[in-house]
Design a protein around this ligand. Structure first.
Ligand code: BGC
Length: 896
């Protein structure tokens, strides 16, 4: 880092037109309880001027009036992931920080607004609390009732600051003096509990009062003791032990003294009104039995007994680096219909994840039952067969108060319809709210085009993400599964990262993935892994261990994710080698899951992904400066490519299996080159045509299908596939009223009705991976791997070249993406035979434009013939595109 003397008397007196904003620490805004010893800081530059860029920055962090780090003026455009290198961070300490930046003319800005981060306990030795648990309750392999814990404590003096640190093996809801602490749900989150659990920190200064106080918690089975996944034979995932709680409240008094209240053997517990609470089954509450005053100060007798306390379990208690699950949206019902004497069906108008919040005013003892489903049967009843063993039912026995609020605590549902029975009087729309829960992530991308069906598809993709990014990326949110399938995660991550800021979400999940890696080096098929005895390493699934960190690096410039994971990745590469003979693995795994009558050989898939991993490893090693490794992996990649061709491609270019996916993987991963590649493309096109213009791909081929077609000169066919309304296609479900992406192309068809209920989710994001093509090809915003984090990126809009088969031509499209440096925009519109393109490049970045130009057409940029324009550089004609580079600013291209 180069230090430069700061000019104390800047030459310009005018207020600067630039400043740093959106300050982040470890991807988060003002994180509380952040334990990274060298957190990384990022900011964006506000500066609308053409060519705006940062030429230097100064970072300053303070704590309690003293400076913890002042970089002085540091030259360069570095503005994302600047690692902390100041005085050693102290636990439980607030640091404030700000940034000053210098613009393209070397003028300094004013300081940014102050941001802050606050460290947590940082080390295990700073935990004084003990893990506590109820006495014996419940039965083996059966869900437990929710337990209640409480501890009264005295606050003798005025409080200046209070922080509570809390964790659980199970799910907790913390209360202080009668109120819930924080707005997070499903805390402490789902991790590989036999290795790691997270804790959360909350500022509770305003909740403490002098005198008697009451700290209490509810504790449910959650993912820790839940019976996750039928494959496990319904044993609780991490054993039959009862949930445990860990709480440490730290008080700073105004007079400078301190105090602590910790979970220990002095706490009391009892069972309350929630007899059952389970992720799949739902929740059963008898509201007449809420333990009265449990979370308020005061002695309580009936049923409260001392807890058991435990020494520290042999697992890591880590800070919560990911976003928390929150109530992100509230939906109003679309319609209410009577379904029986005492039964109503509510249509929420959207397949959503969370629960319904009911306001009721019935009679004491009335039993209100809420059942959830994604679809309706032909007779109008709710379709629950596809939930398998998930009961997905909330049952409430009500107190009979004037207005009671009914909602679960530790269970969630995936549904569009709810069937409510037992409500007196019947339901009214104003008393029903659909509470949408997902991990708090900012929206990062928008897409719109001239096709309303495609726009609905895009919304469905976003809803699929909302519904399945609930602490871990899951496959589906409704049936008895909801697991972190690694294959689903890797195929959708690129799309997800366009849609929302998933940086912190994947920082957390990639830790889960590494924690779940097996001793033999194989990555699991599910993370957190709840079936660790099962065979792992399925091709296309386990490869998430390399693919996902690489995406995280490309999109967010996160190099640390690569260095931290590198050793794990190497172990996975060794495992693949050990499993292979001449790079060939025995056919095993999930294959091209849910393809349509097109089985791609599993050994082909495994070798293709092994090659792809080798290619990525070579790139990763280069980024990390491991030149010898980079060469080694590159060689390995080339060797596998050769073996792949020998093994799976005939001299006349026929690929084994003769499936679209086989050809797609070979082309996308660059395994087959030259003439044979051309023959594969021809085969792919022919096969699509032979299927009446339809795809046949499953989970592994679909994400790359349209990319392969577009990059090989068949964008017209790619558009045709996008716009197809007959199944298998993306739009078929849309035309049938889908509001999310379906697990199967034929989840429901006019001819056959519902597919096999044993596996038929209507909220599965894998096929939503087409979103990446919408952003990256149709709209044309793409990261440039050589300049990660969108420091430099590509704008390459791809309008359909001619008329598509459906007469539903896309005539304009616009996309935006909030990159780590700021908002990127790209939009295009057909003008008769011409094309107008508008692009916006944020400050401190540059773009490479790839403008599609038909033969003989001319290009103007901001009203000037492009060859004469001073606003771009490096103008070249490459294939059917004019390529050039531009700095920050707005660009209007006219092609015609
Ligand atoms: C899940 C998938 C998953 C698969 C493995 C299914 O039950 O829902 O999305 O990837 O199992 O093949």
């Amino acid at each position: 880092m180069k230090r430069v003397k700061i000019n104390k008397h800047p030459t310009v007196n005018k207020p600067a037109r630039h400043r740093a904003y959106d300050l982040r620490c470890e991807y988060l805004v003002n994180p509380l309880g952040m334990d990274e010893p060298h957190p990384r800081f990022s900011w964006k530059m506000k500066d609308k001027r053409r060519g705006a860029k940062q030429t230097a920055y100064r970072f300053q962090a303070k704590t309690g009036g003293t400076t913890a780090w002042d970089t002085g003026k540091v030259r360069g455009s570095g503005a994302i992931r600047i690692p902390y290198a100041g005085k050693r961070l102290k636990p439980c300490t607030r640091y404030t920080w700000r940034v000053m930046i210098w613009d393209a003319d070397h003028h300094e800005s004013a300081w940014s607004k102050w941001a802050w981060f606050e460290t947590g306990l940082m080390k295990q030795e700073n935990w004084k609390a003990k893990w506590i648990q109820t006495g014996r309750i419940g039965k083996k392999n059966e869900p437990l009732p929710v337990s209640f814990f409480r501890k009264e404590f005295d606050v003798p003096a005025q409080i200046a600051r209070a922080r509570v640190f809390v964790s659980a093996l199970g799910l907790y809801e913390l209360h202080l003096n009668g109120a819930r602490v924080g707005k997070d749900y499903f805390t402490p989150g789902w991790t590989q509990y036999d290795k790691r659990v997270q804790y959360q920190a909350y500022d509770v200064t305003g909740m403490i009062r002098p005198g008697k106080n009451m700290l209490g918690a509810m504790l449910g089975d959650g993912w820790f003791r839940g019976r996750l996944c039928s494959m496990r034979g319904y044993e609780p995932s991490f054993g039959n032990d009862r949930p445990r709680l860990l709480v440490q409240l730290m008080l700073d008094y105004a007079d400078g003294t301190t105090g602590t209240v910790v979970s220990n053997g002095q706490w009391e517990w009892r069972i309350g009104h929630i007899a059952l609470s389970d992720i799949y089954l739902g929740e059963t509450q008898d509201l007449r039995r809420v333990p009265k005053g449990w979370n308020l100060p005061g002695k309580l007798k009936n049923g409260w007994t001392k807890v058991r306390s435990f020494p520290w379990p042999p697992i890591q208690v880590s800070w919560s680096c990911g976003p928390r699950v929150r109530a992100m949206q509230v939906l109003a019902p679309k319609s209410i219909s009577k379904a029986g004497k005492d039964r109503w069906i509510i249509n929420m108008g959207q397949n959503m994840v969370g629960w319904v919040r009911l306001k009721v005013s019935g009679k004491r003892g009335d039993r209100v039952v809420v059942r959830h489903a994604e679809m309706l049967n032909p007779d109008g009843s709710i379709y629950t067969q596809s939930l398998r063993s998930a009961k997905a039912t909330a049952t409430y026995i009500i107190r009979g108060d004037e207005k009671e609020i009914l909602e679960p605590h530790f269970s969630f549902f995936g549904f569009q319809y709810v069937e409510i029975s037992g409500l007196r009087p019947g339901p009214s729309a104003k008393d029903i709210e659909g509470v949408v829960l997902y991990s708090q992530m900012d929206r990062a991308g928008g897409f719109r085009c001239s096709s309303s069906l495609v726009n609905r598809l895009f919304r469905n993709i976003v809803w699929g993400q909302k519904g399945n990014y609930l602490d871990v990326p899951t496959d589906c949110p409704q049936r008895d599964e909801r697991l972190g399938w690694t294959g689903d995660a890797q195929v959708f991550m690129r799309t997800a990262a366009y849609n929302m800021d998933v940086s912190a979400f994947f920082s957390k999940w990639l830790t889960d993935l590494n924690d779940a890696q097996k001793k033999d080096g194989s990555y699991p098929n599910i993370a957190p892994d709840i079936i660790p005895k099962d065979k792992s390493g399925s091709a296309g699934w386990a490869n998430a261990g390399i693919i996902c960190p690489w995406i995280q690096y490309q999109v967010y410039g996160d190099e640390r994710i690569l260095s931290r994971n590198y050793a794990n990745m190497q172990r996975w590469m060794t495992w693949q080698s050990r499993q292979s003979k001449e790079w060939t693995r025995k056919p095993w795994g999930f294959g091209d899951w849910l393809s349509i009558q097109a089985d791609t050989p599993k050994d082909l898939i495994a070798m293709a992904f092994f090659a792809h991993d080798s290619d990525l490893m070579s790139r990763i090693a280069s980024v990390l400066g491991k030149t010898a490794d980079a060469k080694k992996w590159r060689k390995q990649y080339e060797r596998i490519c050769r073996v792949f061709v020998n093994e799976f491609v005939t001299p006349d270019g026929k690929i084994a299996g003769q499936t679209q996916t086989a050809a797609i993987l070979a082309l996308q991963f660059g395994l087959v080159k030259g003439r044979r590649a051309g023959q594969l493309v021809d085969f792919l096109v022919r096969d699509i045509e032979a299927r009446g213009g339809h795809l046949s791909t499953g989970f592994l081929g679909t994400p790359y299908l349209n990319h392969v077609l577009t990059s090989r000169g068949h964008s017209e066919l790619a558009y045709q596939l996008l716009l197809n309304r007959t199944w298998p296609s993306w739009l078929y479900p849309v035309t049938k009223g889908a509001t999310t992406v379906w697990e199967r192309w034929d989840g429901w068809t006019e001819e056959n009705g519902f597919q096999d209920p044993a596996m038929n989710s209507f909220n599965h994001y894998a096929y939503g991976a087409i979103g990446e093509w919408l952003f990256g090809c149709v709209g044309g915003i793409r990261p440039d791997p050589a300049f990660p984090g969108y420091k430099r990126f590509i704008i390459a809009p791809t309008p359909p070249p001619g008329r598509d088969g459906n007469g539903d031509r896309v005539t304009w499209a616009k996309v935006s993406h909030q990159s780590p440096y700021g908002a990127i925009k790209s939009k295009w519109k057909r003008n008769g035979h011409g094309l107008s393109i508008f692009a916006e490049v944020p400050a401190n970045t540059s773009a490479q434009f790839r403008i599609p130009v038909p033969p003989k057409a001319k290009v103007e940029l901001n009203g000037v013939t492009i060859s004469r324009s001073k606003q771009v550089s490096g103008i070249a004609h490459i294939g059917d595109r004019v390529v050039c580079r531009g700095a920050a600013g707005e660009y209007r291209f006219e092609v015609g």
